[in-house]
Design a protein around this ligand. Structure first.
Ligand SMILES: Nc1ncnc2c1ncn2[C@@H]1O[C@H](COP(=O)(O)OP(=O)(O)OP(=O)(O)O)[C@@H](O)[C@H]1O
Length: 229
């Protein structure tokens, strides 16, 4: 299984001697090529679930396995390596660097992995074409529309030997038509590449016919088993 969380609990400090429970006994599995959506009201723990799945936060208890490797027992260095190599992140806003072209945004990921960016030029151009941006590789973020910037963001998240894709509200800055197109694109790419994708969204209308399952979260707990969307 590409992403597995078992009985994950997470609390944050909340003033003197108090803690707020962000996740409680969260267990979920996302298989390769599968897209599972996670929804629920603001503050229910969705972003925290992504952060734990993405090895950005260690849970208080429970386990997370990425492509069969249980990451809890690993050093920070090994967790960072898995994060850089195997996990792609797509956040609400595009987080693109203002002075880099679309191609350079993607090549930066190779540089951060300690590889020579020039070797990955072909992969990056192919990915930009896959997200519908062929011919736009030399554009700066300010020369691209919101939807196009989010496509660069998705292509960047797919650079390298990814196993898991974690997506947080990818449509919040887009209108319905562009948002639906972005969700469709994410689902199609995850399936084609055999990635396990966990997609947090409030925007259920964009999911229709796209995701393989929908999980509901309330007060840090999953309230439903996955259902078809
Ligand atoms: N760094 C933090 N320190 C303290 N409390 C936090 C922190 N991050 C989140 N929380 C709390 O943990 C709970 C879950 O937050 P989280 O951001 O995971 O929810 P969410 O469902 O993603 O919310 P939203 O949809 O508004 O982004 C909330 O009560 C929140 O206030």
């Amino acid at each position: 299984m590409s992403l597995q969380m078992s009985a994950v609990d997470l609390t944050y400090p909340d003033g003197d001697d108090r803690r707020v429970q962000a996740l409680a006994e969260v267990s979920l599995t996302v298989a390769p090529g599968e897209v599972i959506a996670l929804t629920g009201p603001s503050g229910c723990g969705k972003s925290s679930a992504l952060a734990v799945a993405g090895t950005l936060i260690r849970p208080d208890s429970g386990t997370v396995a990425i492509d069969g490797t249980e990451v809890g027992g690993l050093s920070e260095q090994d967790r960072a390596r898995i994060r850089r190599e195997q996990i792609g992140f797509v956040f609400q806003r595009d987080n693109l660097l203002p002075d880099l072209t679309a191609l350079e945004q993607l090549l930066l990921t190779a540089h951060l992995r300690g590889e020579r960016p020039a070797r990955h030029r072909g992969e990056a151009l192919d990915l930009l074409a896959d997200v519908g941006l062929a011919g736009h590789h030399d554009k700066l973020p300010r020369q691209l529309s919101g939807g196009m910037r989010q496509r660069v963001n998705i292509a960047r998240a797919l650079m390298g030997p990814r196993r898991v894709l974690l997506i947080d509200e990818p449509t919040s800055a887009l209108d319905h038509a562009r948002g639906t197109a972005i969700v469709e694109l994410i689902c199609q790419l995850a399936r084609e590449r055999g990635l396990a994708a966990l997609l947090v969204t409030h925007d259920l209308a964009t999911l229709e016919g796209n995701a393989d399952g929908l999980l509901h979260m309330l007060d840090g707990r999953l309230t439903d088993v996955a259902v078809a969307v």
